[in-house]
Write a protein that binds this ligand. Sequence first.
Ligand code: ATP
Length: 323
Amino acid sequence: MKRIGVFTSGGDSPGMNAAVRAVVRTCFYNNVQVFGIYEGYKGLIEGNIKELQSSDVSNIIQRGGTILKSARCKEFHLTEGRQKAFENIQRFELDGIVAIGGDGTFTGASIFNKEHNIPFIGIPGTIDNDLYGTDNCIGYDTALNTVIEAVDKIRDTASSHNRLFLVEVMGRDAGFIALRSGIGVGAEAILIPETQTYINELVDKLESGKKKHKQSMIVIVAEGDDAGNAHEIAEKLKGKCPAYDTRVTVLGHIQRGGSPSAADRVLASHLGYAAVNALLAGKTNVMVGIVNKEVAYTPFEKAIKHHREINKNLLELAEVLSC
Ligand code: ATP
């Protein structure tokens, strides 16, 4: 293995740069040339590929976003698009690829691998934390801290005005961000796609908070909750919680940005290093992760199909502590 390509794909997440840096530096250490593929699969199809030097990744470990840019690329869904990508891999004589992204990125890699025999290693980079085969994905810890910092500020104003805030966080299919951040901010209720939301039960909970003289109420809503997003739930609560003035805040894309936390920098560095070593050891079609502090290799198909379960103990804990 003499020439390795690296790209970031799908939604960006804080710590992707730290992973790119680790890939580049580990390649240099092993006398392997490394090439940055810009904008994920789009760059692979368009041949937007440049050799990287060690100095190209100086001073990026602390930066959010991704210097390699990211994109959602429809053309890679098509056989012709993947054929163009393959031709560029051949043109640049890449012996292996490190793909940093989420479940869509690894779905694409898995399909590509069945058509063209190019070694691929995945690094889990998504704030959704919904991949099987790693305790944490890169960016999740930073996103949690961003949510907690924002909701702490909302709590101050909520307490001053006796307000109920519905705070919407990212999570179309998974409630990991909502559950952990909800516990971290002491939310009165946490609504996630994995559990059924009953509006009447929510109203009872909010009413009982009032009886206990709570001055503010924070409800964390994962955007994909079965009862709707935060605005839709606010609509359903209309007239049912007269004790509180209700407001909605959608945190949106601030959850994706920002300087990565210490945990994300270390995780990304570890996974970047492990990914290159995996390619050099002849592994392919697997995602590298950290499970119980050890490097773990999970086939792409398992990482994307075995959906992570929400931790039921944490659900119960959140319920008990919010009473
Ligand atoms: P995030 O979890 O942050 O959204 P992701 O990797 O899941 O990240 P996606 O946009 O779902 O982000 O996927 C990234 C890219 O992977 C897509 O833009 C597309 O190019 C490719 N991809 C996804 N699914 C497929 C598929 N079924 N076939 C081929 N390529 C795919």
